[in-house]
Design a protein. Structure first.
Length: 214
């Protein structure tokens, strides 16, 4: 997964202006920016710091401000290294948090074009659809993250369990709740959830009497 870290962020409902915040072509002297002179490591550190601040503050105005600043820095990183998937994923996440669906999906698909099996891309694309209650698509991308190195990642396992439950496949839901509990045995909620599902007669749920496609 490299430098990518799974962070379960919050979604900001404030709508951003319909522009890409990183479309920077000129410096303060009205000169075209020479991207080759920019320090890539410093740029990523700055962008990551802005994103961390956005995800840890509770002030909605500050969240939006930090997200815009982070987006501008990550955009420059995409110019420095067009095939570097990391800033592309981060831009997709930022536009997701800002409610800019079209920009977010565009960057997710760009990341998938770079590497369709990248676990972080698939996980966060699953998050994109999860927050929009499109559970079948969310499960599809969580499954791809699971199959590409995240089979023991609690964040992936718990979301797969929730998706299966919401889609009515209680047997698989319970299997993944158990996997999630193995990944995080300190979770006090999961044992009760597992017992609850095991007390349900799966055959009576309606799911197993119909054909379901994901």
């Amino acid at each position: 997964m490299g430098a990518t870290i799974f962070l379960l962020g919050i979604c900001c409902n404030n709508t951003a202006n319909a522009i890409e915040f990183g479309q920077i072509k000129y410096n303060n002297n009205n000169e075209i920016i020479d991207y080759s002179k920019i320090n890539k490591n410093e740029k990523q550190q700055l962008a990551d710091n802005y994103l961390t601040k956005a995800l840890t503050t509770k002030d909605l105005n500050e969240i939006k401000t930090y997200l815009k600043k982070a987006a501008a820095e990550y955009f420059i990183m995409t110019k420095l290294e067009p095939e570097n998937i990391y800033p592309v994923i981060q831009l997709a996440r930022i536009y997701d948090y800002l409610g800019e669906n079209s920009y977010s999906k565009a960057y997710f698909f760009r990341a998938l074009k770079i590497n369709k099996n990248d676990a972080a891309t698939n996980y966060y694309f699953g998050e994109f659809y999860y927050t929009r209650e499109d559970y079948k698509r969310a499960l599809f991308f969580y499954q791809r993250a699971f199959k590409n190195g995240q089979s023991e990642n609690y964040a992936v396992l718990i979301k797969m369990a929730i998706m299966y439950e919401k889609l009515g496949d209680l047997l698989r839901a319970n299997q993944y709740y158990k996997k999630a509990f193995l990944a995080n045995p300190n979770n006090e909620f999961l044992p009760e959830k597992i017992r609850e599902l095991e007390n349900i007669k799966y055959i009576d749920s309606g799911y197993y009497t119909r054909s379901v496609k994901y």
